[in-house]
Write a protein that binds this ligand. Structure first.
Ligand SMILES: Cc1cc2nc3c(=O)[nH]c(=O)nc-3n(C[C@H](O)[C@H](O)[C@H](O)COP(=O)(O)OP(=O)(O)OC[C@H]3O[C@@H](n4cnc5c(N)ncnc54)[C@H](O)[C@@H]3O)c2cc1C
Ligand code: FES
Ligand code: FES
Length: 487
């Protein structure tokens, strides 16, 4: 099919001649004539461009998901339903999210307002806003320069989880996955979206140099910030096997590479508190609604936040190519700066986490950044020990931001093995980090700072899990933005 077909505010739309490098935001504000959606940063940081996609296969059932239109390429919405701020009012009657913002005086210059409304729109129909931090997290990707956040907070609180019995609730109840296979060519560019393995291998054969993309939260920056032209792209987001998300009776997990981070966060709440803890301090809701597990690992950034905790959990990467599938221990997956062990014709299909062994296992994830929320890690860590009679029988200490790749600390682990798990052991192991790493030295942190933080995290891990608290949950903290209405 050589046309991009989707619904926009409930109306069918088709596009035949757009460049696959055109963002949804550019198309909305340009050819579609809908300038309500604003552009601020064009890199996923400000939320001015927030629109909503229907996600028919979200964990827990069809859901509205707020996303940054500046990080969505137009062909990515093929087969999807898109809503913008222009599509919410019912004639002259504003949507409850809009009405609440008016009532609470939550808009001054109005530049951020459409994006704020769209994040509130997602909040309106969410069924899982049962804790304060979740609505805080929902709204934190929308910056406002002039109103001040209190009226916005009050408006969001007013509508969150209310799920009005309106056309949007009805549309959600009826949402079904639509066919999404696409082989598109326009304005000199190509975009493939296969729905099965045969289609993927055919696309790769047809365009061997095509850039793979899933959520696009990393790849799109090459276009919007790097001003690159990517002549061919292969989207993985319609491949059903990549969306697998399974918790097995023995406690092992199987997580498809295409699972969105917001779904993983909700899933991890029941199955891996350490993964949930890391995702709490990942990017904003809009980023987690598009970003995927596979994109984070395959980006192979030394400061990608999922790698350390998955390394600590002993995860295994599942690769697949035209010749078949194979597994790669995650500690052999990152081979050099932004390089992985995937062969050129392979993709990452999933990552699996083995069943936790019986006995005294302790695990935690840490992210240290200049700002607590919405910032890039200076240092991150995934730390795991198994104790037998109080003695360290197994240890996996993994760090991000300490080397060219996320990596385990072999010397530190060796210094802990066979020793009683005490503060003295943790401190001795921490000293070994000096032999494991020659940390990065850049604007996010000097080598001294990173080395010191990493050691403190290892000692902090001992202290935080002392007494067998296993996998501690995040302590309660007063939320900066909103309180949740239980619904
Ligand atoms: C504003 C903002 C905030 C962010 N905050 C954080 C943060 O706090 N922590 C963090 O770690 N990251 C953060 N990121 C980075 C990014 O969101 C994550 O890395 C995300 O998980 C990427 O997933 P994606 O599906 O969007 O990747 P994409 O952009 O689709 O792909 C990323 C890379 O992986 C490759 N790829 C994707 N899937 C596969 C696959 N299955 N097999 C093989 N290759 C594949 C692509 O070719 C590309 O090279 C942020 C990004 C933005 C824009
Ligand atoms: S324009 Fe700022 S997040 Fe898209
Ligand atoms: S109302 Fe002006 S930026 Fe928010």
């Amino acid at each position: 099919m050589n046309r991009i077909a989707f619904t926009l505010n409930g109306q069918p739309r088709e596009v035949v001649d757009a460049s696959p490098n055109l963002t949804l935001l550019q198309w909305l504000r340009g050819p579609a004539g809908l300038p309500g959606t604003k552009e601020g940063c064009a890199e996923g940081d400000c939320g001015a461009c927030t629109v909503v996609l229907v996600e028919p296969e979200a964990l827990g059932g069809p859901a509205y998901r707020a996303v940054n239109a500046c990080l969505v390429l137009l062909p990515m919405v093929h087969g999807r339903a898109v809503y913008t701020v222009e599509g919410l009012a019912d004639g002259d009657r504003p949507h409850p999210a809009q009405a609440a913002l008016i009532e609470q005086l939550g808009s001054q210059c109005g530049y951020c307002t459409p994006g704020v409304v769209m994040s509130m729109f997602e909040a309106c129909y969410r069924t899982d806003l049962d804790e304060d931090w979740k609505l805080d997290d929902q709204m934190c990707g929308n910056l406002c320069r002039c109103t001040g956040y209190r009226p916005i907070r009050d408006a969001a609180r007013q509508v969150a989880g209310t799920r009005p019995a309106d056309a949007f609730s009805a549309a959600l109840a009826e949402a079904r996955p639509e066919p999404r296979a696409l082989s598109y060519e326009g304005a000199g560019g190509r975009f493939f979206m296969p729905e099965d393995w045969a289609g993927l291998w055919a696309a790769r054969a047809a365009a061997p140099d095509a850039v793979l993309v899933n959520g696009g939260t990393d790849v799109c920056l090459r276009i919007t910030k790097g001003f690159e032209v990517l002549p061919a792209l292969i989207s993985l987001e319609a491949l059903a096997p990549l969306r697998a998300l399974e918790a097995h009776p023995d406690g092992s997990l199987f997580i498809g590479a295409g699972v969105h981070l917001s779904d993983l966060e909700a899933f991890a709440r029941d199955h891996s508190p350490a993964v949930e803890r890391m995702l709490r301090f990942f990017g904003a809701r809009q980023i987690k609604n598009r970003g995927t597990v596979g994109g984070n690992l395959c980006n192979a950034s030394p400061i990608g936040d999922l790698a350390p905790i998955f390394l600590a959990l002993g995860a295994v990467a599942h690769a697949r190519g035209p010749g078949g599938a194979r597994t790669i221990p995650l500690d052999a997956f990152f081979t050099a700066y932004r390089q992985t062990a995937l062969a050129p014709d392979e993709i990452l299909e999933a990552v699996s986490v083995p069943a936790p062994p019986a006995g005294d296992v302790r695990v935690v994830a840490y992210k240290v950044s200049k700002r607590q929320e919405l910032d890039i890690s200076a240092v991150s860590a995934g730390l795991w020990v198994r104790l037998e009679d109080g003695v360290v029988a197994e240890a996996r200490f993994a760090f991000g931001g300490m080397a060219a790749t996320p990596a385990r600390a072999a010397r530190a682990e060796a210094l802990a093995l066979g020793k009683p798990w005490t503060e003295a052991t943790a401190r001795a192991a921490a000293a070994g980090l000096d032999l494991d790493f020659a940390p990065l030295d850049d604007h996010r942190g000097s080598a001294w700072y990173r080395g010191t933080v990493a050691k403190n995290l290892l000692v902090g891990f001992f202290l935080e899990t002392e007494g067998g608290s296993g996998a501690p949950r995040l302590p309660y903290r007063p939320t900066g933005t909103v309180q949740v209405v239980a619904s």
